[in-house]
Design a protein around this ligand. Structure first.
Ligand SMILES: Cc1cc2nc3c(=O)[nH]c(=O)nc-3n(C[C@H](O)[C@H](O)[C@H](O)COP(=O)(O)O)c2cc1C
Length: 298
């Protein structure tokens, strides 16, 4: 059986430190967790203490079984590079750059996916970043802001730098997270990347995973976001190529959930956080809608 590498996708508001701690404690086969983005604007970040709260104690002490990858969103070369140095100097040299966030309040400021129509800006950021020693830098990208032709002008820029990897989520910004991923375009552009490509998008069960692995046998690393919210044990099902029974799923979920509640205890937004998770967790239960309604009501 092929050994796959699974990466927890950054999901702002969900894959926070408590979730990462509990997920990796309960389930196997998660090799890396990308953190939800840190935003940098004009000023160059100088104080790591400002960002420490986003990491688990174990992540700060490097006492973890997975690689934690901070993600940066921004468009100012000096600030992005400055933040990379700050992260490196505090023990986090493996860093990802966000070229995929589709939220209009981000893209209209030429950040995230908003950078894709501007390969020249991407180049100036990469120029600064790759002057820094001792970091491993990757990007996470969509096909484009408005048109999938945009990525065709971005790939040659990315190919000019020794990126650790490029994670591709094959949708446009305008698709947000709706509709099907554009696997055909993904297949067309895949051979053009010089660096390792990681696939991301709509892997939610063995069937959807097989659709990708059977078509792209050369891939070995997959980033999963919502699939791991629906089914926190998903990596174990995928690696074993088995669907757990309903009873086993519930049993595994319940021990994970008990740990999650414990980890979230005392957080200011405890109830709203649990409610947000249940929008996903409900799909596990036959009476999920009922359970969800009760949670929302409480
Ligand atoms: C609520 C939410 C928050 C997200 N936050 C981030 C983020 O901070 N950084 C990022 O690169 N992508 C973010 N994404 C995109 C995911 O990382 C991922 O690319 C997307 O959900 C598609 O993968 P999936 O189908 O496995 O969920 C977010 C997506 C959602 C739904």
């Amino acid at each position: 059986m092929k050994q796959y590498k699974f990466i927890l996708a950054p999901l702002r508001g969900y894959t926070n430190k408590e979730y990462r701690y509990v997920l990796t404690k309960n389930f196997k086969f998660i090799s890396s967790c990308y953190m939800p983005f840190f935003s940098v604007t004009d000023s160059i970040p100088t104080k790591f203490s400002k960002y420490m709260g986003a990491f688990t104690e174990d992540e700060l002490n490097h006492n973890i079984t997975y690689q934690v990858v901070p993600q940066i969103i921004g468009n100012k070369p000096a600030s992005v590079a400055g933040f990379c140095m700050l992260l490196r100097d505090n023990g986090f040299p493996v860093i990802n750059f966000n070229l995929g966030c589709p939220m209009p309040q981000i893209t209209k400021k030429t950040r995230g996916c908003g950078l894709l129509p501007h390969p020249d800006m991407i180049r100036s950021i990469l120029d600064e970043v790759f002057k820094i020693d001792g970091i491993s830098f990757s990007v996470k990208i969509r096909l484009g802001l408005k048109s999938k032709d945009e990525i065709l002008s971005v790939i040659p820029v990315l190919n000019d730098y020794p990126l650790d990897s490029v994670t591709v989520h094959p949708r446009l910004s305008t698709d947000r997270y709706e509709g099907v991923c554009d696997i055909d375009t993904f297949g067309t552009i895949l051979p053009s990347f010089k660096s390792k490509v990681i696939y991301n998008g709509d892997i939610v069960d063995n069937e959807s995973f097989k659709r990708i692995t059977s078509r792209f046998a050369e891939l070995d690393t997959f980033m999963i976001g919502r699939g791991l919210l629906y089914k926190p044990f998903l990596t174990e099902e995928l690696q074993s190529e088995t669907d757990f029974s309903y009873e086993e799923r519930i049993e595994r979920f319940q021990s994970f959930y008990a740990d999650l509640l414990e980890a979230l205890k005392g957080k200011q937004n405890y109830m709203s956080q649990i409610k947000a998770y249940w929008a996903y967790f409900k799909s596990l239960y036959k009476d999920g809608e009922e359970r969800y309604k009760r949670i929302v009501k409480s």
